[in-house]
Ligand binder design. Structure first.
Ligand code: PBG
Length: 327
């Protein structure tokens, strides 16, 4: 056969395959989402997320040390308060769960980079991501609360804030509040392209944040839409977002690629709880090779164009990179 190009030539050995690899991974691009809860001396397993726990502030160091040992320095905290009310006041309480976790993590592990999820759904009695007006989440009223929340996070030690509520104009409102308070250097990672997804199921069990009525479709995006996602990303960049996130990751890699091509800021993807749960469940049954599927899905996110991955597998992926299994 007279073939000029034989693509198999570059697949001949492991050394050669590594040489021509197009996607490189590094633990510095991983962010670990971690659940911290009110109370004392407790580590609670999360049934739908095997291997993931909720930690009280006095016990979270155990996990933070394991993360640092694996080479993961970036943590995003989710708070699980013992008290919820109509206006989610626990979210901006200086003695709230997130604020206490931040102060302790900052003091005990200064090498960590502390990011917070900014949302109200874990703190509101109705489980919606904002302030209700009848049964509708009031956009502009919610913005005022988001401003209070980010300020309380940053004052307690958050180094980056990540709003996940999907209210219109929240990036501008948050940027203004931060700048006015002198926090001009604090970056905003916006959950800009966030779909109303059933893949969040296990998270809502973990955080006790399922809405008590209705759903989130009046603020999170309809998953039939692609242009709308690009528009959301562009709007957030105009409003001052430093990093744009796409969420979920696995079924939305087209959006990762689209956003990568249309905005000039770093793109993050969040491999959400349902993605983790599926890999764990099929792995436990022996139906798939858990580690290999985890690696393959992590690489796909970077190949699609993300430079940051939020994942419950952060530690395990970092170890696979270290062992040369990927990267
Ligand atoms: C808060 C928030 C959610 C997730 C991240 N931030 C839940 C939701 O929007 O319902 C989901 C994360 C996951 O499923 O791992 N709004």
């Amino acid at each position: 056969m007279d073939l000029t190009m034989r693509p198999r030539r570059l697949r001949g050995s492991d050394t050669l395959r590594r040489m021509v690899r197009e996607t490189r991974l590094d633990p510095s691009s991983l962010i670990y989402p971690m659940f911290v809860m009110d109370g004392e001396n407790k580590v609670e397993g999360i049934e739908a997320l095997p291997g993931q726990n909720r930690y009280t502030v006095d016990r979270m160091g155990e996990e933070l040390e394991r993360l640092l040992d694996a080479g993961v320095n970036n943590v995003m905290f989710f708070g699980i308060p013992s008290h919820k009310d109509e206006v989610g006041s626990g979210a901006y309480d200086s003695e709230g769960i997130i604020q206490r976790a931040l102060r302790k993590a900052k003091k005990d592990y200064p090498e960590l980079y502390l990011i917070t999820d900014v949302c109200m759904c874990e703190y509101t009695s109705h489980g919606h991501c904002g302030i209700l007006c009848d049964h509708y989440v009031d956009n502009d009223k919610t913005l005022e609360y988001l401003q209070k929340i980010v300020l309380s996070h940053v004052e307690a030690g958050a180094q980056m804030v990540a709003p996940s509520d999907m209210m219109d104009g929240r990036v501008r409102a948050i940027r203004e509040a931060l700048d006015k308070a002198g926090h001009v250097t604090t970056p905003i990672m916006s959950y800009a392209v966030k779909y109303a997804s059933a893949f969040y199921g296990p998270f809502r069990e973990a955080a006790g944040s399922a809405p008590s009525f209705g759903d989130r479709k009046s603020y999170q995006m309809d998953y039939h839409n692609r242009l709308e996602g690009i528009r959301e990303a562009q709007l957030d960049v105009e409003e001052g977002a430093d990093i744009i996130m796409v969420k979920p990751a696995m079924s939305y890699l087209d959006m990762v690629r689209d956003v990568r091509e249309r905005v000039d800021v770093p793109v993050a993807a969040y491999s959400v709880s349902g993605e983790y749960a599926m890999i764990k469940a099929a792995g436990a049954k022996g139906w798939i090779d858990e580690e290999k599927v985890m690696c393959e899905s992590a690489v796909s996110v970077f190949r699609a164009g993300a430079s940051i991955l939020l994942t419950y597998f952060a530690k395990e992926i970092a170890n696979c990179i270290k062992d040369g299994k990927i990267g």
